[in-house]
Design a protein around this ligand. Structure first.
Ligand code: CUA
Length: 189
């Protein structure tokens, strides 16, 4: 509210200064540029992966991951199963307060359908040291095609603040060479 009332009561119906119009036009162009750049960056930035996304009940997702882990666990590390798919190319990972579960062991050069969801809270899947970031919500199952190109140990951290244990929320993915003589796996889809 102005301290003194405007001299002209119909102040909002005055003709607009040309300079002001220029600025409004520049702001509009910039806004449009930024909007379309978000879309372009999806393709040229190579940071956000295209995923298929489905609605799923968090409990149902947890059950799927547990079934996957039960049938494919090859060993345990610190009480966490290390899971390596024996057949098929579907792998499942869940985020929860405050852990990525289970540990996955994948083969280099094989294409996987990588399923990802949270069963409680919003988490951020960040694969280290690669530049892969996926926001993970309960109730949504993301599926992306993942083909590891390097062997080694990859860490997963949570990059979406999720409470007191956020900074300890980690996970692991191992990538190993495909066993000698193994038939080439069908391309994931
Ligand atoms: Cu999960 Cu931060």
């Amino acid at each position: 509210m102005a301290v003194t009332p405007p001299a002209k009561r119909i102040w909002w119906n005055e003709p607009i200064e040309k300079v002001e119009l220029y600025w409004i036009f520049i702001a509009l162009l910039w806004g449009l540029f930024m909007f379309f750049f978000m879309i372009a960056w999806h393709f040229i930035g190579q940071q956000n992966l295209s995923t298929e996304t489905y609605r799923i009940d968090p409990a149902a997702y947890q059950a799927k991951v547990e079934t996957f882990a039960e049938g494919n666990t090859v060993r345990e590390e610190d009480g966490v199963p290390v899971v390596r798919p024996q057949s098929g190319n579907d792998v499942y990972l869940l985020g929860r307060l405050w852990q990525w579960w289970p540990i996955l062991e994948l083969e280099r050069g094989r294409s996987y359908r990588f399923h990802l969801s949270s069963i409680d809270w919003q988490h951020g899947f960040s694969l280290q040291p690669t530049n892969i970031n996926i926001q993970v919500h309960p109730g949504y199952e993301h599926i992306l095609t993942l083909t590891p190109t390097e062997t080694g140990e990859f860490g997963i951290i949570c990059n979406e603040y999720c409470g007191i244990g956020h900074h300890q929320m980690t996970g692991r993915i191992y990538v190993v060479e495909r066993p000698q003589g193994a038939a080439p796996a069908a391309a994931g889809r």
